[in-house]
Ligand binder design. Structure first.
Ligand SMILES: Cc1ncc(COP(=O)(O)O)c(C=O)c1O
Length: 443
């Protein structure tokens, strides 16, 4: 089917293949070509495509009631989903604010954190510190805290002046230290910046506990996260996790922060929560945050028209039910280890593969021109997009990372993030195609 060319998309006049249907880990286009979805869309379709229980739940809810305003009525679906989310979350989480996606969730984190400090009698606190080579969404506020220079530069006139610190990236340590002896000096940078900015002006620190598409699957050491928690506590700064990609099992635990034994103050979730069936986002708020509202004005001055929509919540609830009934978080942990092993067997010796990394089914390959110096490829080689393009031709979907994982501008990588239902034969097939892609493109 030819495109209508009436849809205003990223590549303005490109002819996109038209999707026909999807089932499990496979997607078919209208020409009958079959794709193995090792992207899960973009780390969204965690439970796989076409799950009947989810479709049925959405249909049943839409027969009862599809919309009421969330500040007038609640619904059984919204209440059930909030309970399910809290039951999977770190112990200190108490309430869920609903919205329609990841950017809205991060925008809400910024605002809830700000209001928390107002309610607590600290009206000067508003700055949000975040990290370079991160992504927190595509609205103006979330781009301002985001760390993907190429996506920020065109909108620079609108950016709020929010401070950023370096990533914790042991493969490319900004301090050229080794993990064994570094004592997490990259976390100390947070404290330095809080002091420079003035602790009485800093509201929150936001990070992806394990990074997604900007620098796929960088896993920090547990000590780093513990130190961040201490620093935030010392300066009354809320520690906020962007778990839009990692939440709901992607890294083999309910939330990625669970790997580090740390309890954050706010968590944003989105992609896996709706599983691609419904557009949903959520902010989980800890009792510490909720209490400040309780003791203060009692009012959260923030909402969206579609927040907590009953049909959307019924879909999200069925996604979580399916995830837990089929023990898919555990599957993500076990299958992720196996997938990582296969990738290492195939590509560890390749001279242009710098690092193969990840946790659960959030895996990343970083490519380098020179393995010893870790020099990235020049931009005009377009390694990430050409590798993803090669895979696409061969019927394999992977996520190409926006260049910049090495220094913000350069650095090519691939994100592999399949549905948790992927089986061994498909993992082997994916690794074979990826291996061919790397050997063909990186010469
Ligand atoms: C870590 C992270 N945060 C926020 C977002 C923004 O989510 P959305 O595209 O649903 O607005 C994304 C999207 O890729 C993400 O990966």
């Amino acid at each position: 089917m030819k495109n209508s060319q009436k849809v205003f998309t990223g590549s303005v006049d490109k002819e996109y293949p038209t999707v026909d249907r999807a089932e499990g880990v496979y997607v078919w286009d209208t020409n009958g070509k079959k794709y193995l979805d090792c992207a899960a869309g973009v780390a969204v379709v965690n439970i796989g495509h076409g799950v009947r229980e989810v479709r049925d739940a959405i249909y049943e809810q839409s027969k009862r009631v599809s919309y009421v305003y969330g500040s007038t009525f609640t619904s059984e679906a919204r209440e059930r989903l909030a309970e399910q989310i809290i039951s999977l979350a770190p112990r200190n989480m108490e309430k869920v604010f609903f919205c329609s996606g990841g950017s809205e969730a991060l925008e809400s984190v910024i605002k809830i954190a700000r209001q928390y400090h107002l309610e607590s009698g600290k009206p000067k606190k508003f700055k949000v510190i975040s990290r370079w080579q991160s992504y927190h969404g595509n609205t103006v506020a979330t781009l301002s805290i985001g760390g993907r220079p190429s996506w920020r530069e065109k909108y620079d006139p609108y950016m709020s002046d929010m401070p950023h610190i370096a990533q914790c990236n042991c493969y490319r340590c900004p301090y050229r230290l080794s993990r064994e002896s570094c004592e997490y000096v990259c976390a100390d940078e947070l404290e330095r910046v809080i002091k420079y900015e003035g602790a009485d002006t800093v509201s929150a620190f936001v990070l992806e506990p394990i990074t997604g598409t900007t620098a796929p699957a960088i896993v920090p050491p547990a000590g780093y996260m513990a130190k961040l928690r201490e620093i935030c506590d010392r300066h009354d700064v809320l520690l906020c996790m962007d778990e839009v990609i990692t939440g709901l099992g992607r890294t083999g635990k309910n939330f990625a922060v669970d790997h580090f034994g740390v309890e954050p103050d706010l968590i944003a979730a989105a992609k896996g929560l709706g599983g691609g069936y419904v557009p949903i986002g959520a902010v989980l708020a800890s009792s510490k945050v909720v209490d400040a509202f309780r003791k203060g004005s009692g009012n959260l001055m923030h909402s969206f028209t579609y927040a907590g929509n009953p049909v959307v919540c019924a879909g999200g609830s069925a996604v979580i039910q399916y995830l837990t009934d089929n023990r898919l978080v555990e599957a993500s942990a076990v299958k992720g280890e196996f997938f990582l092993k296969l990738l290492r067997e195939e590509l560890d010796d390749h001279p242009n593969v710098g690092e193969i990394r990840g946790k659960g089914l959030l895996l990343g390959l970083e490519y380098v021109l020179d393995r010893k110096t870790k020099t990235p490829f020049p931009a005009d080689r377009q390694i990430s997009s050409r590798i993803a393009g090669y895979c696409f031709e061969k019927g394999l979907l992977v996520v190409f990372a926006v260049p910049g994982c090495a220094d913000g501008i350069l650095g090519d990588a691939t994100q592999i993030s399949p549905p948790f239902t992927i089986e061994e034969a498909d993992m082997r097939k994916a690794v074979e195609i990826l291996g061919d892609a790397v050997r063909t493109i990186c010469i």
